[in-house]
Design a binder for this molecule. Sequence first.
Ligand SMILES: [Fe+2]
Length: 245
Amino acid sequence: MLRLVDEKVNAPNLVPDKPILVISDLQLPYEHKNALQFCYSLRQRFDIPDENILNVGDEIDNFHGSAYPKDPDAPDSAVNEFALVRSKVDMWRRKFPIMKLAISNHGLRWVKKASEAAIPSHVLKAYNEIFKLPEGWVHKEEWRFSTGLKMPFRMIHGMGYSGILGHRNAALDGQISTIMGHLHSHAGVNWIQTNGGARMWSCNSGSLIDNDAFAFKYEKYNRIKPQIGCVVIFDYGRCPVFFPL
Ligand SMILES: [Fe+2]
């Protein structure tokens, strides 16, 4: 069985009285050239512990795993891309050995392709093995945090949502404060007060991609460009803030 998550792995709990770093879509190896330094400087500045490092997913691009036609001018082959990703993962692992990640569409690209070709998961390599991910990086469909927090929240990647209201709709659907990535151009925070008395925040973490990389050529003529940055959540889960790079 091909799994992105070993359900037996218990990720460490958040440290509730410390800020929480939420790393946005990196899409390695096509991340912004200052992404690692930026995330690490936020971590140092706010004294964020290993347990409080979250990642909304799409941490790897898997350009060649997509179903879209491939750019004939693409400088990287699929095999070359794997090697590049492994070297980038190694750099990130040194600064962030522990990470809680959301399962995401880019992470599932090769799985989807194999499934469409009727290749059973039993004969495939696991995602963590392909990219030599550290043991401390744990993937889940959805992460929920509540212990010791003033405001419980969840993290998902955001598949199934679109547009400027994507994160807002995700919070309403979950009836809990929600942070997600996936939609690169709509970073920000909204507060919601429902008719039933519930109060929650919703947050889109933006992205940390290199917008000039060939992998994002498809976005060239989009009116609104990706917003580059990530999020730190302060005050026991109550105050998410978007930090632009
Ligand atoms: Fe995504």
